[in-house]
Design a protein around this ligand. Sequence first.
Ligand code: SF4
Length: 383
Amino acid sequence: MKLAFFRTKNNRYSIAALLGALEDLEVKIIVVDNPEDLFELPRDFYIALSFMSPEALHHLKLAQEIIHKGYKVIAGGSHASARPEQLLKRGVFAVFVGEAEETLRSFVLNPKPGLWKATRFVDLDKFPPFSLKYEAFSPIEITRGCPFGCAYCQTPRLFGNTVRHRSLEKVLDYARRSVAQGRKVARFISPNAFSYGSSKGIIPNIEAIEKLLKGVKEAGMREVYFGSFPSDVRPESVTEEVLDLVATYCDNRTIVIGLQSGSERILRLLKRGHNVENALHAVELIAKKGFMPYVDMIFGFPFETKDDVRKSLEISLLMHEKFGAVIHGHTFMPLPGTPFENLNMHISADILKTIGRFSSKGIIKGQWQRQLNISEEISSLEG
Ligand code: SF4
């Protein structure tokens, strides 16, 4: 079997994990970063696409072009998991639903067409977090699964509600091995970094976090980032003790935290599981410990009233002025597979103007403008 992974800025971590999962199998694998290069490949290559819903339109078009040229396309990722039929209908040879480490291995050994559905969640310790063999690195995924059920989010739908942590032993082993290959910066992937080692994924396990951070430093990592890109933290997991550990062992001066709305009514509809006060307290603690809070907020839920948005903007301003917070603005996207998949984003011209004003003052940053179009694109994709 010959397999070509198409790697993009947004799927590079997933591709690294999948390459790691296939390392020991007899398969010719190449990684292609430029779409033009896909068409130079011999026709007996299977071309693997992995993408999230915000990139679905682009990838569906690319898949059709590739199929038209006579290649077999296989696809996975959060969009394929939520809309497998959409891909099969467009001629994709095999579609992977759920976590693909095990199913992709089975496919490589026996490449049958159709739906490849994961029947269980994988044990992270059984697979490498990235591929040393193919020199495809990524931050180390320390936890998969989220105990919360935010109604707009695909994560618990894809990875389940039970947290699965990679053992300290395995994390440190991969940290040491990546240092030996010249890597010097440790970052982590988790739905809530401060939940590492905790049984329910909420209350920080201080001992486990200290062993993790101290351990990666001792493994030779020169810089360590925890609670910042690419993983954020939940308000209820922010404690003085965990922030002290970050201050002691890590290099990040920002902590990324989700609030999402300044309206209690909206937080309840989103099923966030915390209120405005909890989150504000966490933001205050982050600032008190000398970090810059980077606070995720979402605008454009169709059920938001002007009053709800006013509350979000007011609290954004307050957090900026009082705690030096930067607001990471997002536009609501109706992600397939979530309870909000059939809603359409709505933001009035007035509100857009105000958000724009906040942006020009540096209070709100992030991708919210680009996401306006992406949100519409997602709504336009038929089942
Ligand atoms: S937004 Fe974060 S906390 Fe909420 S379900 Fe998704 S990953 Fe979990």
